[in-house]
Design a protein. Structure first.
Length: 255
């Protein structure tokens, strides 16, 4: 059932993202073409348009993150979504996965735009060759550390998404000013997480991990701290997911 939810979510959101990607690539090509001309005003105008498109891409990503969850699950569409034979956790996961997908595609779109604008100033083959050379010289510890960093970044993004979902799912139990209350809850959750992280960091400083790292500079020591960060963030993400799933399962208020 999750695959059907993913297809539905991708179809619904692609109507916004795909035209934006196309417009960014086209305007990048136009900008590149104008760079070799003496037409200053068109260059400025096309650059402004491209900048507006990138800002719009960022803004739409945030808006869609909120809108798809709120409208699809917490408002009138929720009557339909919660009648289908699927658990709330699958609904949450489908929206998270699709958001991750568009985030990655947005980064790829940005990279392509940079290469188009840079033209011959960036040699793609040389960059790829240098990257492969660096990768070939990495040892197993460096590979594992790079993997840990990627995992940590993914969990950090998941926390950001789940903070929004948890705030909206808690705010929906109120009958009035749901969006405003949800925003206040978001700030409260963010503050609680910062306090929790600060307490944990101080606790681990008690074991002199930071001092050991400064003295040795050993990558294995860095990996220990990274793994601790992964564990802490995974616990936070799990807690936020649990709260969101609980509210949608036990406390849903579509009125």
């Amino acid at each position: 059932m999750l695959d059907k939810l993913l297809k539905y979510e991708i179809k619904a959101t692609s109507r916004t993202f795909l035209p934006l990607y196309g417009a960014i690539i086209i305007m990048s090509i136009v900008n590149r073409a104008l760079m070799v001309t003496d037409f200053l005003i068109p260059q400025v105008i096309s650059s402004i348009i491209l900048g507006v498109l990138f800002v719009s891409l960022f803004a739409f990503t945030i808006v869609i993150l909120v809108q798809r969850f709120q409208r699809n699950l917490l408002q009138s569409e929720g009557y339909l979504m919660f009648t289908i034979p699927v658990k709330p956790n699958s609904l949450i996961l489908s929206k998270m996965i699709v958001f991750f997908m568009w985030g990655v595609l947005s980064i790829i779109c940005g990279i392509i735009s940079v290469f188009i604008l840079a033209g011959n100033q960036l040699e793609l083959k040389r960059i790829l060759s240098d990257l492969l050379t660096v990768l070939s010289r990495m040892n197993i510890d460096e590979y594992s550390f790079a993997l840990e960093v990627i995992v940590l970044l993914i969990i950090e993004v998941a926390i950001g998404i789940l903070m929004v979902y948890a705030s909206l799912s808690i705010g929906q139990v109120f009958n009035k000013n749901k969006t405003l209350i949800s925003f206040g809850i978001f700030i409260g959750i963010f503050t609680l997480i910062q306090i929790f992280v600060s307490v944990v960091v101080k606790a681990f400083n008690f074991f002199n991990l930071e001092e050991t790292l400064m003295q040795t500079g050993d990558i294995k020591e860095i990996q220990i701290i990274t793994l601790i960060a992964i564990l802490i963030n995974a616990l936070i993400a799990a807690a936020l997911f649990y709260v969101t799933n609980y509210m949608l399962t036990k406390k849903l208020n579509l009125e």
